[in-house]
Design a protein around this ligand. Structure first.
Ligand code: ATR
Length: 282
């Protein structure tokens, strides 16, 4: 890679950030597309999102990805916000407009739906869906599934008032439900962090059966205990790396003004990075 005075900079901000897969994903995709860009990660302390945006303006970053804990802080400090991101009050992607203003959008939900279609072969239109969880990830998924024409979106969450707020994002197709609703769903999404680096499952897996699709947003491990159980019960399984990759495809298109990233290149780069980390350092 030759870095020159013309090389464009993309970055992700978050805290902690050193485990981010984004540099691996984006640098692989920039190289595959033959674009003169580099992508790095900055650990930005909680509360300093507006300073990071000031740095972006002054230094002329080509694009900014945003992760925990800055999605709300960036939402509050960009100049223009896409409607879907305004509904979520959350921004995960910032690009400079031609007039210098910063534009913010949210690509997580659309990335999930794209991955569902591309990786699991499932179109959410007309489907009965249960989403378990009501955090930031769940909210973006519910919003995007509703826009994609889901027939019903049932939100189940430990904390009831958050379930209500999340279900409201789906308008007339949204409601709060309970785990028993899983049995009657076409698609079940684990949008909690349960299962991350553990063998826990978010609900009783005996509710799952053939004919259903089960998505997990957790991708460490890639085959979570939930997906393992869903596969054993002959449901179609959809892993969490697809959402990460496809939301990045959306961001890449925004950063570059319309260039399409190859999701297979991004996925391979993420898998290689995860495999590399699994090898103990000596
Ligand atoms: P993210 O932005 O990644 O979605 P988050 O906003 O912290 O993260 O949301 C995490 C989700 O996982 C929430 O729905 C949370 O439930 P609460 O709203 O009740 O906090 C859910 N979650 C995490 N750990 C959980 C656990 N042990 N049992 C049940 N739900 C859990």
């Amino acid at each position: 890679m030759l870095i020159t005075g013309r090389t464009r900079l993309g970055a992700v901000i978050g805290s902690p950030i050193h485990h981010s897969l984004s540099p691996a994903l984006y640098n692989a995709a920039f190289a595959a597309a033959g674009l003169d860009w580099v992508f790095v990660a900055f650990d930005v302390a909680h509360g300093l999102a507006s300073d990071a945006l000031a740095a972006m303006r002054v230094c002329g970053f080509g694009g900014l990805s945003v992760t925990m804990p800055h999605k709300e802080g960036v939402f509050a400090n960009v100049d223009v916000v896409e409607p879907a991101a305004a509904a979520l009050r959350s921004v995960n992607c910032v690009v400079p407009l031609a007039d210098g203003r910063l534009f913010g959008c949210s690509t997580d939900g659309d990335g999930y739906v794209d991955s569902l279609r591309a990786d699991a072969g499932v179109d959410p239109a007309g489907r009965r869906i249960v989403v378990v969880g009501a955090g930031g990830a769940a909210r973006s998924i519910v919003d995007a599934l509703a826009r994609a024409g889901a027939a019903e979106i049932v939100v189940v969450n430990r904390t009831a008032d958050k379930a209500h707020d999340t279900a409201m994002l789906a308008g007339h197709v949204g409601r709060v439900g309970e785990f028993g609703d899983i049995e009657h769903a076409d698609l079940v999404v684990n949008a909690t962090s349960i299962g991350m680096n553990s063998s826990e499952v978010p609900f009783d897996v005996s509710l799952l059966h053939a004919g259903q699709t089960v998505s997990d947003i957790v991708y460490q491990p890639l085959r979570t205990a939930l997906l393992e159980a869903a596969g054993e019960r002959e449901a179609t399984v959809h892993d969490g790396l697809g959402m990460l990759v496809h939301q990045a495809v959306h961001q890449f298109r925004r950063f570059t003004g319309g260039v399409e990233a190859d999701p297979l290149v991004m996925r391979a780069a993420a898998m290689a990075e995860l495999a590399h980390r699994a090898i103990p350092a000596n």
